[in-house]
Design a protein around this ligand. Structure first.
Ligand code: ADP
Ligand code: ZN
Length: 729
């Protein structure tokens, strides 16, 4: 492939605009490299693009427009272009949308912007005050390095005007420096721990993989607290030694506070961060520095996978089973699978870490496609908590009460011992249902076929599907009778209320994602709880994800049966993972933990599997069931979601597709549906689903494209194809 195009040569440019093709342009003055980021004219606008290859030549040469300018960023590497093409082909996503994923930073085309920084100068302070001395000391401590105004003022504990005062006399120097500064070097030898034999063995295998410089995926399985993080940080260290970059993907922003400190302790400096909580200027800095190789490690959410790494050697997917790796809006991709794809193109290693791997990864390891490393015991004296059921059929409970006497007694014991207890319920808000006791109506969302959930904290009803909310009404919207609206069922807020009544002396903390304005607030709160800032933690799924609560010794699961209902293919797997993860929160430090599972179905195979702790048996049974049904990972699934304003039209299209399934039958795939989606109306749009199942050996993508191509969509109607669907809503 031609690597450089001279001025005036015809080139093809992929833009971020929703066009179906690469457009022809003329290379600019000075020429441009293949992969260069460019700005091109499109109609009256200037848009971002990437030089994708020679032009197609099917456009009148005299009308060709020239590239406006080449942006000041290293060209997109071939590996990245191939990755975007393959990922786009797999997820059936147009290339423009793929390019948008890879350029999600603002102002990429802007000239490098400058900011003022401060360091120690030669001048004398005119009149020394205590505050001024502190500034000079703080600046001296930095050696020749400079700080921003705020950083320096904070370090000295003074207002910024004190610093400004010193600038006048030259005691502090003010300089302009580029805003996008490189990240500090990370030192692989800085803070390593002495590993146990188990850990060292696993770390050696991972490091060996990194050194090979070839592709390979390893499933790193180990109970929570067994040291998986310590182990994969050794692989990151090896990657640094080899001069390559590493990416650590985490499922939740909330994880990164504690996590970044850990990395800093290990490598002596903070790595780059990439997630929705990162400011726009910081995003731009990260994007640029990664491209220039001046950020060595990135800790990020799934979209970090699309950053322009210069020399990526390792991708860690922590909590690889987590469902948030699947992007459910816009481009429908699974970051775990795409990590494996990108690494295989690059010749990089992937580490999938989890205490409760997804069935997909478990099977891949079983088949030998992935290596498998297992850490069997918790680090140090910590042991997995003892797990016991509480049979709710034998517990006396008043109506509208959910904490059984047995669980309450256990909580009291912990409080007496100054230990923490966690009550887990996977439901946000106060109550899932608001019912009118006069007419029997349940308040639903105006735009979705979903019930509104009362959030007492916000004093509103909220739809968890579309986010619509309205004030809690005084009278029933249907029969207009006053004072008859009743909350039915528990949510995390209601549980907190019950706990406060049961344990009046307890300091209770509620952890639910919607109670915090920002990720930062949430992080701060979690850290203070971990330090002992609460006796009882009441939490949703949020708490299941990797935070350390050293004082926690009891986990009470309020409704273990919750996840077992519903028709989701993965219901059992999810319940199993969630319960194990939550239970894993207990007894992480020296004190042994206990997990009590309230259930009405103690005989249910999933509940028994959880209690028995026999994971291999559980997975084997799940795998067998899926194999028999031809379900993933033994078969392939794709979901078709038709959405629009007219349900009849959607069914007409669906029925037409079902009748004309030739392209699917040719690859031995079957189609099910059309059927209304489980939540048939979201945000006022009706949704109809179809499911396609095919054998493992064939890729469904081409067949799906051929099959759906004849469909002509009118107006607001949309068709979305979800390859490997995770959720069935
Ligand atoms: P996991 O990722 O499997 O949940 P972690 O790596 O977070 O486990 O380890 C759990 C805790 O034990 C952490 O606080 C970690 O620092 C500590 N730990 C694990 N292994 C060691 C070790 N070899 N030396 C010292 N501390 C360790
Ligand atoms: Zn809604």
């Amino acid at each position: 492939m031609q690597e450089f195009f001279d001025a005036g040569e015809r080139i093809g440019v992929l833009t971020t605009q929703p066009l179906d093709r690469v457009l022809d342009y003329r290379a600019p003055e000075g020429g441009c490299f293949l992969g260069a980021f460019v700005e091109v004219p499109l109609g009256p606008r200037k848009v971002l693009g990437v030089v994708w290859g020679p032009g197609a030549g099917d456009f009148d040469a005299s009308k060709l427009r020239a590239v406006l300018r080449v942006l000041d960023a290293p060209p997109m590497r071939e590996e990245m272009r191939v990755f975007l093409e393959k990922a786009g082909a797999y997820t059936l996503t147009p290339m423009a949308a793929m390019l948008r994923l890879a350029t999600r930073a603002p102002g990429l085309g802007d000239p490098p912007s400058m900011r003022k920084v401060y360091r120690l100068g030669e001048g004398e302070a005119p009149r020394m005050t205590d505050a001024r001395r502190r500034v000079l000391e703080a600046a001296a401590e930095m050696g020749g390095l400079s700080l921003t105004l705020k950083e320096l003022a904070d370090a000295a504990g003074v207002t910024s005007s004190v610093v400004k005062g010193l600038v006048k006399s030259g005691a502090i120097r003010e300089e302009e420096s580029p805003r996008d500064t490189p990240f500090p070097r990370l030192d692989p030898e800085y803070g390593g721990k002495d590993l146990t034999d188990d850990q060292a063995g696993a770390a050696a295998v991972l490091s060996e993989g990194v050194r090979s410089g070839r592709y390979g995926t390893t499933l790193l399985k180990g109970v929570t607290g067994s040291g998986k993080t310590e182990v994969y940080l050794e692989a990151v260290a090896e990657c640094l030694r080899a001069g390559r970059q590493a990416l650590v993907l985490l499922p939740e922003i909330a994880l990164s506070g504690e996590f970044l400190q850990r990395l800093e302790a290990r490598f002596g400096a903070r790595p780059a961060e990439w997630h929705s909580g990162v400011t726009m200027t910081e995003r731009r800095r990260v994007w640029r520095m990664i491209g220039e190789g001046r950020a060595q490690v990135v800790v990020g959410a799934r979209s970090a996978l699309f950053l322009p790494f210069q020399n990526l050697g390792l991708i860690v997917v922590d909590e690889e089973h987590d469902t948030s790796y699947k992007q459910e809006e816009g481009v429908l991709y699974n970051a775990r699978d795409m990590a494996v794809l990108r690494a295989s193109i690059l010749g990089a290693q992937v580490v999938l870490a989890s205490a409760t791997p997804s069935l997909e990864s478990w099977v891949n390891a079983d088949l030998g496609k992935y290596k498998r490393l297992v850490l069997t015991s918790r680090f140090g004296p910590a042991v997995m908590p003892e797990m016991k059921p509480i049979d709710m059929r034998s517990q006396e409970l008043a109506s509208n009460r959910w904490i059984s006497p047995r669980l309450a007694t256990a909580v009291k014991q912990r409080m007496e011992r100054k230990e923490q207890a966690l009550l887990f319920i996977n439901r946000r808000g106060y109550a899932p249902v608001t019912l009118c006791r006069a007419c029997g109506m349940q308040i639903g969302c105006d735009h979705c076929d979903a019930r509104m959930v009362e959030h007492r904290f916000l004093k509103r009803l909220v739809c968890h599907q579309c986010g619509e909310s309205k004030p809690m009404p005084e009278v029933c919207p249907s029969c207009e009778v006053e004072g008859k609206l009743a909350a039915v069922g528990p949510g995390v807020e209601r549980l907190a209320e019950e706990a406060q009544e049961l344990f009046p002396d307890a300091r209770i903390a509620v952890l639910s994602s919607d109670l915090y304005g920002t990720a930062r607030e949430l992080k701060a709160h979690i850290e203070s709880i971990a330090m002992g800032g609460a006796d009882i933690i009441i939490g949703t799924q949020l708490v299941a994800k990797g935070h350390n609560f050293p004082l926690l010794t009891l986990v009470g699961v309020i409704d273990s049966d919750l996840g077992l209902q519903g028709s989701d293919l993965r219901a059992a797997e999810r319940t199993f993972q969630l319960m194990r993860q939550v239970a894993g929160r207990a007894g992480r430090a020296e004190k042994p933990g206990q997990a009590l599972l309230q259930t009405y179905q103690p005989e249910h195979p999933v509940i028994r599997g959880i209690l028995a702790g026999d994971e291999e048996a559980f997975w084997r049974a799940e795998a067998d069931e899926r194999r028999i049904g031809g379900m993933p990972p033994f078969g392939r699934l794709a979901a078709i979601i038709l959405s629009g304003t007219e349900p009849q039209e959607l069914f007409d299209i669906g029925n037409w597709l079902a009748r004309n399934d030739g392209p699917l039958r040719r690859v031995d795939a079957q189609v099910y549906g059309p059927a209304p989606a489980p939540i048939a109306r979201v945000r006022g749009r009706h949704r109809v689903r179809m499911l396609v199942r095919g054998p493992k050996e064939v890729m469904l993508q081409n067949a799906l494209t051929d099959w759906t191509r004849p469909v002509k969509l009118k107006g607001e109607t949309r068709i979305a194809i979800d390859i490997d669907p995770q959720s069935f809503f």
